[in-house]
Each structure stands twice: as structure tokens, then as C-alpha cells.
Ligand binder design. Structure first.
Ligand SMILES: O=c1[nH]c(=O)c2[nH]c(=O)[nH]c2[nH]1
Length: 321
């Protein structure tokens, strides 16, 4: 199709960048003051997308203001080498995003998403946590989503969301589902005992300190004030604790309780979003084999068929009042 065709639409939004940039960073601390040498590693999957004044690359095939996605990828690797904040994904994302909007005057916003994969230290008998050997500790990822906005002529601003995804949990008691709407479309029996399993996605929105302007030089101060690692640990631990201990009337009610508990434990979190698939475990009918598989309170179900699909999907955002 020719570019001389009449435009019927206008470019109402656009962003571009590099996705799935995989980078691992090792930090080595030599032995000193009687302490043994230690190494740390992070492994990230980064998406960096830019917004700005480059409409002409779409509507006039003019690339002169396009920072190549290849350069965006290179920037990610360079930052992984030079950024003092690389080991904390929120600060690394803020560094990368602030870099793009300050270096290029025609770039207004940077959307930086990072998934941090789990490398946990290997526990060795008689040694404890190994100084430089790690194990992939499950599918769970720590996720960070940062939008750095340099549109204003005043301060640069940012929205920082953090959380987890693919955190798979299951409980074999303490979950029921009763009193739901019944009509001619309903076949689901009420159950006062069931398996509750979900793969947790949680995103919480962090309030950045209003008195510290967002600049690359201020990232240390911002990090010290917000304590992103502590927030991540609070959100994860609280999510798991509430899942384990809440007497669940529904996925909805447990989601709500977990979010409220996070808000009560972390004053710098202003909003919590959860996405919880209800991964169904169906009781297997063993009657054809003259076997009981649960009946009433006395005989609880013992054999289940885990069902991959369909699943329920329960989502909500709880915002601090
Ligand atoms: O916790 C639940 N919430 C629902 O909305 C629902 N719907 C359903 O069929 N089972 C469940 N479980």
C-alpha cells in the first residue's frame, strides 16, 4: 500500500522500545575484616518503551528523532554496568527511565518494566548460605513497573509499581464458597471445604517522597527513604500469611483482606492490585468404584482432579482512603 493514501486516522498514542532484554549482573565483595568474599546476582527481563515527539516516524517515515531500539537495549546493558542502583529493580528502573527523559529532550516518558527472576543462595550443610552458588527458586518473579514523566518543565515525576507474579499457592482447608446467587444457570454445589489454589499477581503502588525531587543524583536518598526491598518483602510475606491464615469465604474476600493488611503494614503503599485465578480442584467421583470421596463434614474429599482451564479470575484494586 502506498504512503500517498489519504490518512483517515491520526496518531493518538505511540510508544516504542525494546522488550525482553535479558541481563544478569554480578556484584563481588572481596573478603575483608574477617568476613569472607561474597557475591550477589540479579537476573532481569527488561522492557523499556519511550513516548515523545517522534510522530513523524509513524506518519512521515522520518526516523531522524528515533533512538533506535538497539540503542535502548545497549543503554540497558550500560546501566547494568554503571548504575549503583542495579541490584534494586525499582531504583534501576527509575535510573533507566530518568536517563532517557533527561538525555533526550524530545522524549517525555519512559515506561520501564522489569521482571526479576529468583536466584536464591544454595544452602550447604556445615557452610550455610553459599557465597556464590544459587538455585532458581520457583517460577515466581518480582515485577516492577515504572513510568518516568519528564513532560513538565518543573520536576520529573514517576509512578512506581512493584509486586510479584506467578507466586503459586494452595491450601487444603480454610476455604469455602456458599450463599452465592442461585438461578436456572447454577449447577455449582455449595461447599464449606475446598482446595483453594491460585497463582498470585500482586502490584502495589508506592508513594515517592514528595520532598525529594526525582533526579539521578537523588536516587540514593529516595531509596533510603522508601526502602523498596523492605516493601517487597512486606507485600510478599503479608500476601502469603493472609492466604494461609484467612478463613476464606471466597477468593474475593481473601484478596480484600490481604490488600487491607498490606495497607496497614506499609504506610508508603497507596494502592494494591491483585489478580487471582481460582485454580479449580474438582472432587473425583469414585462412586462407580464403590468408594466414598468425601461426604459432609465427616468425610472430606481426598482425591481431586486439578483443572487447568477454565479458571475463575478475580481481580481488584484496593486504594488507601
Ligand atoms: O471464591 C470464589 N469466587 C467466585 O466468584 C466463584 N465462582 C465460582 O464458581 N467459584 C467461586 N469461588
Amino acid at each position: 500500500m502506498s504512503d500517498t493514501q489519504e490518512d483517515l486516522g491520526f496518531l493518538s498514542s505511540a510508544r516504542y522500545g525494546k522488550d525482553l532484554v535479558r541481563v544478569a549482573r554480578v556484584v563481588r565483595t572481596p573478603a575483608a575484616d574477617g568476613k569472607p568474599a561474597k557475591q550477589e546476582v540479579v537476573e532481569y527481563v527488561v522492557r523499556a518503551l519511550l513516548e515523545g515527539d517522534f510522530a513523524e516516524s509513524y506518519d512521515a517515515a522520518d526516523n531522524t528523532r528515533i533512538v533506535a531500539t538497539d540503542s535502548i537495549k545497549n543503554t540497558t546493558y550500560i546501566m547494568a554496568k554503571v548504575s549503583p542502583h542495579v541490584m534494586t529493580p525499582e531504583l534501576f528502573a527509575l535510573h533507566l527511565g530518568t536517563h532517557f527523559v533527561t538525555k533526550y529532550s524530545h522524549i517525555q516518558k519512559a515506561h520501564i518494566d522489569i521482571q526479576s527472576l529468583r536466584w536464591s543462595r544454595i544452602d550447604v550443610q556445615d557452610i550455610g548460605a553459599h557465597p556464590h552458588s544459587f538455585v532458581r527458586d520457583g517460577d515466581e518473579k518480582r515485577v516492577v513497573s515504572v513510568v518516568v514523566d519528564g513532560t513538565s518543565t518543573d520536576d520529573i515525576t514517576a509512578i512506581v509499581k512493584s509486586g510479584v507474579k506467578d507466586l503459586l499457592v494452595l491450601k487444603t482447608a480454610g476455604s469455602s464458597f456458599t450463599n452465592f446467587l442461585r438461578d436456572e444457570f447454577t449447577t455449582l454445589p455449595e461447599v464449606d471445604d475446598r482446595i483453594f489454589s491460585t497463582s498470585i499477581t500482586c502490584d502495589y503502588t508506592v508513594t515517592l517522597p514528595p520532598n525529594i525531587p526525582l533526579t539521578i543524583d537523588n536516587l540514593n536518598k529516595i531509596g533510603a527513604e522508601v526502602q523498596f526491598e523492605k516493601l517487597a518483602s512486606t507485600a510478599r510475606t503479608t500476601t502469603l500469611e493472609v492466604f494461609a491464615t484467612h478463613d476464606s469465604a471466597s477468593v474475593q474476600a481473601t484478596l480484600y483482606r490481604a490488600a487491607q493488611t498490606i495497607l496497614s503494614r506499609a504506610s508508603s503503599i497507596k494502592e494494591v492490585f491483585y489478580s487471582l485465578p481460582n485454580k479449580h480442584y474438582m472432587p473425583v467421583n469414585l462412586k462407580p468404584f464403590n468408594l466414598e470421596n468425601g461426604k459432609g463434614r465427616e468425610g472430606l474429599v481426598e482425591v481431586f482432579e486439578p483443572v487447568a482451564s477454565p479458571s475463575g479470575l478475580i481481580q481488584a484494586t484496593i486504594t488507601r482512603k
